[in-house]
Design a protein around this ligand. Structure first.
Ligand code: FES
Length: 585
């Protein structure tokens, strides 16, 4: 009788590799004997993969080796077998031209790694912006139970001890430098402190937003997301993650689809709005939802955004770094404050419902975690706008914009690419004034792999006069650490003929956030004429991954996943002849 049919044997996925008395079973076990695991271990114990995106070119993930070691200890303590697998590390500030296209590549690597190896569950270790959504997307598609742990925020301290020592501080100081209010020397000194410790960006940028959202989605242990990377408590969480991973491995549950349902996404969007989080997270959540068959659309973000006030007083839209949010009670306390707006029956990876997770949570500082009727800022944190300039939608982080610009009408000044901005933004011949609308196009998913260029710099002459915000519109993204009146992710993008491609210098553009309207004030007839004249630029990538990317990437309103990666497979294990195939023999 096949071992799997014996009633006393747990239905472990790894049994297909290790519990067979045939030649493949022999080879699988004897191969791992070299790694120190006995036949009895492999026949009896659940196997947990630790997918690790550590690299020393990625300081945001620099502590992941330590966390992997702690997770490994937790797995062994709980009776499991740990195997650590290194995956590609996406270092946001280093990768050229932008890390964004590689999110999908890492997601594919994670998915196929999980599927191909005998893992009963996996621990996902990510940190820097794209590593987190990529791991989630890949694991969601693989269908094997997983638990996520982020590297944790860095602990930056500026030389003056202020809270400017982070990426948001960089943007603010660059503004001051361009406005002539900061010396090159002082700016240079900042270089040594801004990324002073391992860990991801310490404000509510994309990495912190993704990390806290993992708690709201229910795929991370409660309270784990905001503990700083260098804080010993993070290693405690890693060990606990290891222990819990063995339980879900042994049970074969909960699978990703059992946790990542519509309630989980609603809860995640609610938290995203409450923390004034990164617009990038919208793209990542849309892509993740696509992997598990949840019909999430941009409209759902706007619906939820209308009823959720921004209550976390954290940068870039608020005052503090995320460490203060942790000491104020962390994500459990935030979720408890948001309880009337949440699905409290949603499942979480620690085995409890959301209601039970937040029951004992407590807000310890109401200046950092505000009450629902006392928000950090009035109005919505994030909105979705539509109109003839963005038929499929665009997003705006209104909580980080000058409220004066939320209803605005101005003359378009077009930049075809980022190099033109660098060359010409200060050119007086462009006649830019504070009411102008700066437009960057050809920076969408196909046009330029959607870099974070959406916070276009302001002209020096306006900065010197004290102007600190202007309306900017693009098909690009914006760093989660950035701020300003930036309409982003315009869909469809210019490079595939979206209306953004038809705008001309001097056209009038209207933004009306209360009405959720983005309008190009040009008649239909004229637009039709321009559309006829428009020609796509030939693609730059003829081979390799970037060619694949351009052929298959979806538009921003669908999450920029590959069209062929939507939908989760049923768990597919090697079968039949393939199962009996013996590599190398
Ligand atoms: Fe890695 Fe910000 S640069 S998280």
């Amino acid at each position: 009788m096949d071992d799997e049919e014996k009633p006393d044997v747990r239905p472990l996925r790894s049994a297909r590799w290790f519990r067979k008395d045939d030649l493949p079973g022999f080879i699988h076990r004897s191969t791992l004997a070299a790694a120190g695991w006995s036949r009895e271990d492999l026949m009896e114990r659940p196997v947990v993969g630790i997918l690790n995106t550590w690299s020393d070119i990625n300081p945001c993930n620099l502590n992941l080796r330590t966390l992997a070691e702690e997770a490994r200890v937790g797995i062994i303590e709980a009776g499991g077998i740990p195997f650590e697998v290194p995956l590609m590390s996406l270092s946001e500030n280093i990768i050229k031209p932008t890390s964004f296209p590689f999110r999908n590549l890492l997601a594919m690597e994670a998915e196929e790694t999980i599927r191909a190896y005998p893992f009963d569950a996996v621990v996902l270790l990510g940190g820097c912006d794209k590593t987190q959504p990529a791991l989630l997307m890949g694991a969601a598609s693989a269908g094997v139970p997983f638990i996520f742990l982020a590297s944790g925020p860095a602990t930056p301290r500026s030389s003056t001890g202020g809270d400017l020592a982070n990426a948001t501080g960089v943007w603010r100081l660059v503004d001051n430098l361009r406005a002539g209010k900061l010396s090159e020397g002082d700016f240079g000194a900042f270089e040594r402190t801004v990324m002073g410790t391992p860990g991801h960006c310490a404000e509510m940028g994309t990495a912190s937003t993704m990390a806290v959202i993992c708690e709201a989605l229910g795929v991370s242990l409660p309270g784990s997301s905001l503990v700083p990377a260098i804080d010993r408590r993070r290693t405690h969480y890693a060990r606990e993650v290891g222990r819990r991973s063995v339980q879900i491995a042994a049970a074969g549950s909960p699978c990703p689809a059992e946790i990542l349902d519509e309630r989980a996404f609603d809860n995640a969007i609610t938290l995203l709005c409450a923390v004034g989080g990164s617009t990038n997270t919208i793209i990542h959540l849309l892509a993740l939802a696509g992997r598990v068959g949840v019909p999430l659309t941009l409209d759902r973000f706007d619906e939820i955004g209308r009823r959720v006030p921004m209550i976390a007083n954290v940068q870039p839209a608020g005052e503090h770094l995320t460490e203060r949010l942790m000491t104020a009670g962390g994500v459990p306390a935030l979720l408890k404050t948001l309880a009337p707006l949440l699905h409290l029956d949603a499942r979480t990876i620690d085995g409890r419902k959301m209601a039970d997770v937040i029951e004992s949570a407590e807000v310890l500082d109401t200046g950092v975690i505000r009450q629902l009727d006392d928000p950090v800022r009035p109005g919505e944190a994030l909105v979705v706008v539509r109109g003839n300039l963005a038929p499929d939608g665009a997003v705006m982080k209104t909580c980080a914009a000058d409220p004066r610009l939320l209803r605005h009408r101005g003359r378009a000044v077009i930049f075809e690419d980022v190099q033109t901005i660098a060359d010409r933004i200060d050119d007086p011949a462009l006649g830019i004034d504070e009411d102008s609308v700066l437009i960057l196009r050809n920076a969408g998913p196909v046009g330029a792999a959607m870099p974070e260029w959406g916070m276009l710099p302001l002209p020096r002459h306006l900065m010197e006069r004290g102007v600190r915000d202007m309306l900017r519109i693009s098909d690009a993204r914006m760093s989660g650490t950035a701020y300003g009146a930036a309409v982003l992710h315009v869909s469809p993008e210019a490079a595939i003929g979206g209306p953004l491609a038809l705008v001309r210098d001097g056209d009038i553009i209207e933004l009306d956030v209360p009405e959720r309207r983005l309008h190009l004030c040009v008649g239909e007839e004229e637009l039709a004429r321009r559309r006829k004249e428009w020609q796509a630029k030939p693609g730059r990538h003829k081979r390799g991954y970037r060619s694949l990317y351009n052929q298959h990437v979806e538009q921003a309103h669908r999450g920029c996943d590959f069209d062929f990666l939507r939908g989760a497979d049923e768990e597919t294990l090697p079968d039949g002849l393939f199962d009996g195939w013996v590599g190398g023999w």
